[in-house]
Ligand binder design. Sequence first.
Ligand code: ATP
Ligand code: MG
Length: 451
Amino acid sequence: MTHPIPAADSPRIIPRSDHHISRANISRNALKVLYRLKDGGYQAFIVGGGVRDLLLNRQPKDFDIATDASPEQVRALFGSARIIGRRFRLVHVRFRDEIVEVATFRGLGNEDLESEDRQILNEAGRIIKDNSFGSIEEDAWRRDFTVNALYYNIADFSIWDFVGGMRDVEARRIRLIGDPETRYREDPVRMIRAVRLAAKLDLEIHPEAAAPMQRLGSLIDSVPPARLFDEFLKVFETGHALEGYRRLRQHGLFEHLFPATAAWLSGDVSQGRASGRPGGVADDHRNRFIESALAGTDRRVAEGLPVTPMFLFGVFLWGPVQDRANALRRTGQISEVQALIDAGQEITDVQIARITLPRRFSVPMREMLQLQPRFSRRQGRRAAVLLQHRRFRAAYDLLVLRTELGEVPAELAEWWMRIQTLSPDDQHREFNGGRGGGRDAQRPRPAERAV
Ligand code: ATP
Ligand code: MG
């Protein structure tokens, strides 16, 4: 077993008078669950991100509850509870507007949080025993960071700290529980999690936690792609994308998530187009292009607008796709449009082997990339059709970002912005090069297509 051996003594208990977590900031449903467990004779704590965020004066996005009651015992207490999870069973207590997750304390018997092999299977492959429950102390030691292993006790509103998490919250730093390298090897996603939490909460990553990242980053290469997609969403679609990206690059992790993008950013000659350009200059423009997109995503999240992972994936892949398209054009008889289609497919396939992007996102993403050359024609029927395309808006947003790369004159992006604000008649006039308009001219006539 590679886990640190828990100190055999009891936790440091921080009484209610010595911390500022108030029940007023805990969701009513979570409180209901905690009290019901307590009244049922069980221990009940809030643990993890909820406690951490409250101590840092942030509103937690949810409250996870840990208890010594078994899943069956928890379910027996709640009419609306359901046991979920095949490998580690949790209870979901459902309320009208919220699901509260209740987990039984987990033991140290297994290293990998995600691993399936803690179970003992019978010959038919059925689970006959899940011996993963443990004491609260073991539950604390198997978590990732000290700041994530604080327990808020509903019995007396104290905080239990087995691992020095309170000290680290006060110092605003992220520290692994136990030996960082060991804990990263057990689960390389912890490196990304450390960076993400640091970005989201503006924390420092303890030097001992940061040091192994450059060296161990390549362990991320073997993390299941679906898990990396979940992590991608948490890093890039929750309002801290720009900061997360900067820190991922700083710690040498970004290149393991988007290798082609990282190579393109560094102006790697093998990637094609950048050859002959001074790397620094390329990086500057290219990085600005990426960072503008991330800042835009953060703004949308802050404003409560919807965001889709297909857009940032498209932004990340745009440079590599273009490089590849140009290389294809140099080697064969292939149109610009076809080269972009083929390159989009190739680069996407390689990237998706690293981070899953479900088809409902990858298909529109490639459409968004393929539409780019069409913006250069402002007149004729194809331009009019482009404006009606269901990916127009995303493709237009990418066009605007491309001005950062110097690929698109600002004036062209402005033209496409303005046309969106016009009435259909005026749009039609624009697509006709300033001529025509009126009811009888809603559709471009054949003769005008050649303009
Ligand atoms: P967020 O605010 O993003 O939800 P979080 O810390 O709550 O942050 P979750 O993914 O919800 O993140 O995880 C809940 C808790 O489970 C964590 O606080 C941590 O204690 C534990 N945990 C999550 N992932 C890991 C991991 N990879 N290794 C060890 N413990 C983990
Ligand atoms: Mg959480």
